[in-house]
Design a protein around this ligand. Sequence first.
Ligand code: NAP
Length: 329
Amino acid sequence: MNEQNTPIEKIVIIGSGPAGWTAAIYAARANLSPVVYEGIPKQNPSLVLPGGQLMLTTEVDNFPGYPEGVEGPQLMNDIKKQALRFETRIKSLDVDTCDFTQRPFTLNVSDGSVVKAHCVIIATGATANWIGLDNEMRLARSGGGVSACAVCDGALPVFRDQPLAIVGGGDSAMEEASYLTKFASKVYVIHRRDEFRASKIMAQRVLDNPKCVPVWNSVVTDVLGEDKISGLQLKDTKTGEESTLDVKGLFVAIGHTPATKFLDPEQILLDDKGYIQMPVPHQSMTSIEGVFVAGDCADSLYRQAITAAGMGCKSAIDAERWLADQGIH
Ligand code: NAP
């Protein structure tokens, strides 16, 4: 089929985490027959799966509606199934590039196909940055006590009254360290320099907390333990000296990277870290009319499954209203 004969989709959703599937549920129920490009698995350097970060999460205890908790992949499967109950179509492909310079928009897909769309919702998420150690990734995937989200995993029984470690010196590391002190016997805050990057007030809260122990000028060089983490191998960044630290949990808080590299920053407004900007307060419209955004690719602050789902809902409602204004129903 040549490009001129390409059918025009009413709405294409890029991304298949809680934001993308929730947008699909709302768009499908509004009879917009959405297509979701759910992505293909990647390993560079950490694992990225269709379904997003919850696919790498063991127990989720804070998503409303699951009083007993739910496994991350099960939750994603449930949201996806709900989207499929209505008229959502799924493509297990990546969108490689987008041309938003004219409408309908043109999306180039990883199988070489081209898709035209009146409206696009970007919900590609963000990936947690990992240190990049083999044993770190192995134990993160197996639920062996390594996590990139203390708010998601810190309250699990396995971490109660245990010594835990946070890596990082930013606001996230401070917030997560303070949060973990509710459960842990001790929280080591391992930072590669001798001063936290975090705002003074958040850093001071950690320094004042008797359960928090800063470990300055240190990097983690290995994660010890077979099925469960038993400790960390550390290296002093100044002296090169190696040491071990006994901990029963490792929380990596060294920032996130939004999955927005496929977008052209000359077309769509991104911030200096690559997060998609939403110029109109409380709305999901991007700098391009007809392109909406939901979830962690536009949110460096909350990064929760439930906030991503909420943004997915908003984006579909905004998109439906915008399409109706264009006379597209
Ligand atoms: P961030 O500010 O970029 O901090 C990342 C931290 O990780 C830095 O201390 C950095 O060390 C360290 N780091 C980076 N790569 C590392 C590596 N490979 N090995 C060891 N350490 C590494 O990220 P964030 O803390 O996630 O915060 C992101 C944004 O959200 C910030 O703007 C933050 O203010 C905001 N935020 C705000 C709140 C709040 O106000 N409640 C809470 C959370 C986040 P260096 O310092 O040496 O570079």
